[in-house]
Design a binder for this molecule. Structure first.
Ligand code: NAI
Ligand code: MG
Length: 333
């Protein structure tokens, strides 16, 4: 069956890594009809707005999108496309599997963690007030609905992926009401999953434990702010943002994306590493039921990194984006 998927090639290095990923997917034999749209800077130039309505309509109809990084201009009066997409499509869960790849320089081997980040509330509501000059307050919002939903999502993810343990990350010792509510919801949901071990850890200790002893963790679930910080920390355990995938998931749509930015410093030079977007596309292929193609790509990525002959500059190699891509395609066969 042919799939129809919305494609946002983004800007900066976005189009280069997108083109690499499309070639690789094609090499697996999976047939996808891409509905391609400009968003962000390019869309502002053409349509006067960063996220034209047609993009949301397309994602809502197709239910799946692959998205490359989009430049958010600082102080130009437009809201971040990423934040707008999450809100408009109800993408309440951010899923970041963090897995070691042999051949990528990093502090640890055999890391295999899953971060589940609540994507809609906490300190990211944007509600800030100046009470009086020199005194500002920012509002952290935690709701029972969103907390139960993300806890449920974390346990379901654990069960589907055959994981053993879910850890809720919090600071309920200080934020007794807000993080207290988050924890209550996690505990409530945990009762429905007797097959999965449940425990809790305070966020600062968690940060230290992740650096010193990351293998003790399995699935971690947390509110938006802690998730933002700790998911990048986890990326750092396996080689950085250039090699970890991400997915924003909701009831009605899913957007798969690399978590790094548009890297304007290297755009157009053939230096970009497409691995993060490629692994996000692998999550997408699994999501649409194309497991064999996903497995073939993963296998090729592991082979290419293990051999270490066609790596991009950020990974210590000399290969261009195209050479790396060609090598992956050769391995797929
Ligand atoms: P960045 O991730 O674009 O770049 C940070 C550093 O990492 C740069 O030196 C860059 O060259 C390098 N880098 C990033 N991805 C790479 C790749 N695939 N291969 C090789 N090197 C890579 O972060 P920065 O500079 O803070 O942001 C640049 C722009 O990206 C901003 O406009 C920002 O708003 C946007 N951005 C967009 C995101 C998205 O669309 N999901 C996420 C983060 C930032
Ligand atoms: Mg972040």
């Amino acid at each position: 069956a042919q799939h129809k998927i919305t494609l946002l090639p983004g800007d900066g290095i976005g189009p280069e890594i997108t083109s690499a990923v499309l070639k690789i997917i094609k090499a697996t034999g999976v047939s996808i009809e891409w509905e391609k749209f400009h968003a962000g800077k390019t869309a502002i130039e053409k349509f006067g707005e960063p996220l034209p309505r047609a993009i949301l309509d397309s994602i809502k109809a197709n239910k799946v999108a692959l998205k490359a990084p989009i430049t958010t201009e600082v102080g130009k009066g437009f809201k971040s496309v990423n934040v707008q997409l999450r809100k408009a499509l109800g993408l309440y869960a951010n899923l970041r599997p963090t897995k070691s790849i042999e051949g990528i320089r990093s502090r640890y081997t055999d890391i295999d963690l899953i971060i589940v980040r609540e994507n809609t509330e906490s300190l990211y509501t944007g509600i800030e007030n100046e009470i009086t000059p020199g005194v500002v307050q920012a509002l952290k919002v935690i709701t029972r609905t969103a907390s139960l939903r993300i806890a449920h999502f974390a346990f379901e993810t654990a069960r589907q992926r055959g994981r053993k343990k879910v850890t809720a990350v919090h600071k309920a010792n200080i934020m007794k009401l807000s993080d207290g509510l988050f924890l209550d919801c996690c505990r409530e949901v945990a009762k429905n999953y007797p097959d999965i071990e449940y425990n809790e850890i305070i966020v600062d200790n968690c940060a230290m434990q992740l650096v010193m002893n990351p293998h003790r963790f399995d699935v971690l679930v947390m509110e938006n702010f802690y998730g933002d910080v700790l998911s990048d920390l986890c990326a750092g355990l396996v080689g950085g943002l250039g090699v970890v995938p991400g997915a924003n998931l909701g009831e009605d749509a899913c957007v798969f994306e690399a978590v790094h930015g548009s890297a304007p410093d290297i755009a157009g030079k053939g230096l970009a590493n497409p691995t993060a977007l490629l692994l996000s596309a692998v999550m997408m292929l699994e999501h649409i039921g194309e497991k064999p193609a996903a497995d073939a790509i993963i296998k090729a990525v592991h082979q290419v990194y293990r051999e270490g002959k066609a790596l991009t500059k950020d990974m210590g190699g000399h290969a261009s984006t195209e050479e790396f891509t060609a090598e992956i395609i050769r391995k797929i066969g």
